[in-house]
Design a protein around this ligand. Structure first.
Ligand code: ZN
Length: 144
């Protein structure tokens, strides 16, 4: 399913049209082969996976906030996420997924280029998974 060919991308500018020379997602390591790629977005394995098969879906255009993407870019990201999830299901056979986007420093965003996390989950990978992404505020994860 991997798309062959070069990982060539258009010149990267942020939403104000500025260059983003030090952005790791605008200038990924040339040895990092995307799992999938479209003209608008690409998917790679997270360098620091929280589980086997942890993928990042990243718009080609440099933009710091998910809310700064155009509707077409947002849509392209979700489409690519659906497509890459099928690959991850096949390859890793997870029991579930979490999907997450960190928007802003306060929310834990560390790379200023939008990325969607697709995190496969496996039975028993944590003791009590109840609440899932609610765990971004650890003591509020459960409902009781
Ligand atoms: Zn960037």
């Amino acid at each position: 399913m991997k798309k062959p060919g070069n990982h060539k991308k258009p010149a990267h500018t942020d939403s104000r049209g500025e260059q983003a020379p030090s952005c790791p997602f605008s200038h990924p390591d040339p040895t990092t082969e995307p799992i999938l790629e479209s003209g608008t977005a690409f998917a790679i394995f997270d360098k620091y996976p929280v589980s086997d098969g942890h993928v990042l879906v990243i718009p080609q255009r440099h933009c710091s906030s998910y809310f700064g993407l155009t509707a077409d870019e947002q849509s392209a990201c979700w489409q690519l996420l659906n497509d890459v999830a099928a690959i991850i299901r096949e390859r890793f056979n997870p029991d579930g997924f979490n999907i997450g986007i960190n928007i802003g420093r306060a929310a834990g965003q560390t790379v200023d280029h939008v990325h969607l996390h697709l995190i496969p989950r496996y039975e028993g990978d944590v003791e009590e998974p109840e609440g899932g992404v609610r765990g971004v505020i650890p003591w509020k994860r459960t409902y009781f």
